[in-house]
Every structure is written in structure tokens, then in C-alpha cells.
Design a protein around this ligand. Structure first.
Ligand SMILES: [Cu+2]
Length: 162
């Protein structure tokens, strides 16, 4: 194997490994656990972005994510992505239901928090502060890690959509 190829594979292995042991943070409030909030770094100087995380509800009652604030500037909205006629299309969501004893997942190619009007680009290695407003649990502050998507966070195949 040529030396450059060896280096390439070593780098890929390192990325895959470091990704899997990366500190996936969780934030707890009441019956909710917000798992691994993250956002990909901005492309160039873009002031838009997307945040992903899962919300687990350990309670006996459903809860609802009703809005998101960015205390450090910009606007955040709940969006859903879907394929329509071969084109990725996004639409606003008013609320996100988190079923009792269940989980709601935001991930690339599906539901996400859309960021617009950011004060600056999202830089790899930094963090973005968000306040999630839940109907029952109230406001919850989380920090999203700015990092490239992991191999296991690629968009799911369409047949997995419910
Ligand atoms: Cu969007």
C-alpha cells in the first residue's frame, strides 16, 4: 500500500474513533434528557446553520418543545426537511411532541433547529448556547458542540421515515 494511502486510512480510522469517544453531552431538566446537542460548522462566512439533538422524556406525561431562543444572537426555528419531487424542502414546525416515556430525534435530513441571522459563523470546536422552551418543563439551557457530523449521523434512508 502506498504511504499516502496508509496515511489516509489512518486518518479516517482516527476520525471514526475520536468521533465515537467524543464527549456526547447530555442536559437534564425535570423528566427530560437532551442528548448530544451539536451543529456542523458554518460554510465560510455563512450566518445560518442547523442544530441537532435528541430529547428523551422519562416522565408519564407528554411534553412539547414550543420554541427556541439564541441568547447570543440570531433566530432559531423548528424545521422539518423532506424530499419533494427530488428536491429537499423545509417547512416550519410549530411544536415538537415528546411522547411520555419516548424520544424525539432531530437529525440531518429530517427535523432540525434552523438558525438564521447568527452574529458570526459557527466555528469548529466552539459552542452555541440555546434555550429550549418546553410546555411543562419550562426553559432549558443547552450548549451545542460545533463539530462535523459523525459517520453515524448521516441522513437516514427514506424507508425509515414513519
Ligand atoms: Cu431548516
Amino acid at each position: 500500500m502506498p504511504q499516502t494511502m496508509k496515511f489516509f486510512f489512518a486518518a479516517v480510522l482516527f476520525l471514526a474513533f475520536s468521533g465515537s469517544i467524543g464527549s456526547a453531552e447530555e442536559f437534564r431538566a425535570g423528566n427530560l434528557v437532551i442528548l448530544d446537542p451539536w451543529a456542523p460548522p458554518s460554510l465560510g462566512q455563512q450566518r445560518i446553520g442547523a442544530v441537532y439533538f435528541s430529547i428523551r422524556n422519562q416522565g408519564r406525561d407528554p411534553d412539547q418543545l414550543q420554541g427556541i431562543d439564541l441568547p447570543d444572537g440570531g433566530r432559531a426555528m423548528l424545521h422539518n426537511s423532506m424530499m419533494q419531487g427530488g428536491i429537499m424542502h423545509m417547512e416550519m414546525m410549530d411544536v415538537l411532541e415528546i411522547p411520555a416515556g419516548g424520544e424525539a430525534a432531530l437529525q440531518p435530513g429530517a427535523m432540525h433547529v434552523m438558525l438564521t441571522g447568527l452574529p458570526g459563523p459557527l466555528l469548529k470546536g466552539s459552542e452555541l448556547r440555546l434555550i429550549l422552551h418546553f410546555e411543562k418543563t419550562g426553559p432549558v439551557e443547552v450548549m451545542a458542540a460545533i463539530r462535523p457530523r459523525l459517520v453515524n449521523q448521516m441522513p437516514p434512508p427514506m424507508h425509515q421515515e414513519h
